[in-house]
Each structure stands twice: as structure tokens, then as C-alpha cells.
Design a protein around this ligand. Structure first.
Ligand SMILES: [Zn+2]
Length: 106
């Protein structure tokens, strides 16, 4: 038996309690559709940052394809953490594929 602190009121409650018996706040973290989200750019792993995606594009293009297909690419704009939209990713993936076709047929 171990105790945790309520996410709502801060009182001590049992760790398996789905809601707080004091204030009723839910204790389970919202899954966010299984997506990993970061609150700041510093928390983003290096392989998910825009500069790494760019380096991949220059040095090892299949790596960029892997990054785009396996998750989101993050960048910082005016102090805000941003991620590429699905449309931007599809366009990028299409560009990489076209780049490959051109590179190997010429
Ligand atoms: Zn509570």
C-alpha cells in the first residue's frame, strides 16, 4: 500500500484510487490518443528535433523517412513548441520519395 498526492487538491490518497475521495478529481493521466507530447523543446529527444531531421535529409535520407513515419518532428517558434502537421509530413515524405526516384533513375 503506497500513497500518492491528489492531482486536484493535493491531499494524500491511495495510489490505485481512480478518483480522489476528497475532491473527486480523476487520477489517471489522459492518454492523449497514445501520442507522446512534450511541454517544452528541451524535453524533445534529439532524434525528434527539426535540425536532426534536416541533417538526416542531407546525410542519410532514409533516416528522415523513418523519423517522419515513426512520429512527430518538433521545432521551436517564438518560444512555443510546434510539431509538423500531417499535411506537412505527407508533403515531406512525398518529396523524399521523389528525390529518391530522381536520384536513382538519372
Ligand atoms: Zn483531491
Amino acid at each position: 500500500m503506497s500513497m500518492i498526492f491528489c492531482r486536484g487538491c493535493g491531499k494524500e490518497i491511495h495510489e490505485s484510487a481512480p478518483t480522489c475521495p476528497h475532491c473527486g478529481a480523476p487520477q489517471t493521466i489522459p492518454s492523449n490518443q497514445g501520442k507522446v507530447s512534450f511541454s517544452s523543446y528541451d524535453q524533445v529527444p534529439w532524434y525528434r528535433k527539426q535540425w536532426f531531421a534536416f541533417v538526416c535529409f542531407l546525410i542519410f535520407t532514409p533516416g528522415l523517412l523513418l523519423i517522419l513515419l515513426s512520429g512527430d518532428v518538433y521545432y521551436e517558434s517564438k518560444g512555443q513548441l510546434k510539431t509538423y502537421s500531417t499535411t506537412a509530413k505527407v508533403v515531406l515524405i512525398a518529396c523524399v520519395i521523389i528525390y529518391f526516384i530522381v536520384a536513382f533513375t538519372l
